[in-house]
Design a protein around this ligand. Structure first.
Ligand SMILES: Cc1ncc(COP(=O)(O)OP(=O)(O)O)c(N)n1
Ligand SMILES: Cc1ncsc1CCOP(=O)(O)O
Ligand SMILES: [Mg+2]
Length: 204
């Protein structure tokens, strides 16, 4: 994939939003986010048809603005919504099976430490999500923060694989993530909790 697409990676579900998710996504894209992941997950997430309906609305926004629409975890929803790709973690559906099912879609895989790296089929995926880099309260089951040292290490192991940092990233610390070797930063709360999305995305 074109690694420039990972530059400003916005992730969100209705559980992260205090106002209309569609409006938040439009503002974020107009301000410059380059790729979007629909992550409807956690205790307050929508389920069933309500999840599909919101996903369809957010997909349409991405189509209108011509940015990739990625689904978190849910391989069925990729097909239902005609998404551009899927992001999975180490305990989700296996990347090899996803690659067989979706030969041409974008597949992202989370890799948080050397043990995970050693058992990851990196050749089957388009990019790697590295983190959590900093502390985060957005993900209920987040692992301990690994710091930007993990990005440096991963970049040494994978000189040519697109890498995006995630977890506790803000306009104040994004530069450190890029300087460590990431192609981009992925954020949830920095954008969904921002009082000025345009300014936040531009400073990222
Ligand atoms: C870009 C990106 N990187 C990492 C993650 C985390 O995925 P995972 O470890 O599967 O955790 P959940 O997001 O499913 O809770 C991600 N979603 N996106
Ligand atoms: C989904 C995910 N995976 C690792 S940390 C995280 C949450 C990132 O959210 P925030 O940008 O608000 O810290
Ligand atoms: Mg997952």
């Amino acid at each position: 994939m074109d690694r420039a697409l990972l530059r400003k990676y916005f992730i969100m579900g209705s559980q992260n939003c205090e106002r209309e998710p569609v409006e938040i996504l439009k503002e974020a894209i107009e301000a410059g986010v380059t790729i979007f992941q629909f992550r409807e997950k956690g205790s307050y997430a929508l389920k069933g048809q309500a999840k599909v309906n919101l996903g369809r609305q957010l997909r349409d926004v991405c189509l209108t603005y011509d940015i990739p629409f990625i689904i978190n975890d849910d391989a069925e929803l990729v097909e239902i919504l005609g998404a551009d790709g899927i992001h999975v973690g180490q305990d989700d559906e296996k990347a090899e099976a996803l690659r067989e099912r979706y030969p041409d879609k974008i597949i992202g895989l989370s890799v948080s430490n050397m043990r995970e790296f050693e058992r990851s089929p990196i050749d089957q995926v388009d990019y790697v999500g590295a983190g959590p880099i900093f502390g985060t309260s957005t993900k209920e089951d987040a692992k301990v923060p690994v710091g930007t040292a993990w990005i440096k290490r991963l970049r040494e192991e994978l000189p040519n694989t697109p890498i995006v940092g995630i977890g506790g990233i803000t306009p104040e610390n994004a530069q450190e993530v890029i300087e460590a070797g990431a192609d981009g930063v992925s954020v949830i709360s920095a954008i969904t909790r921002s009082n000025d999305i345009s300014k936040t995305v531009q400073s990222l």
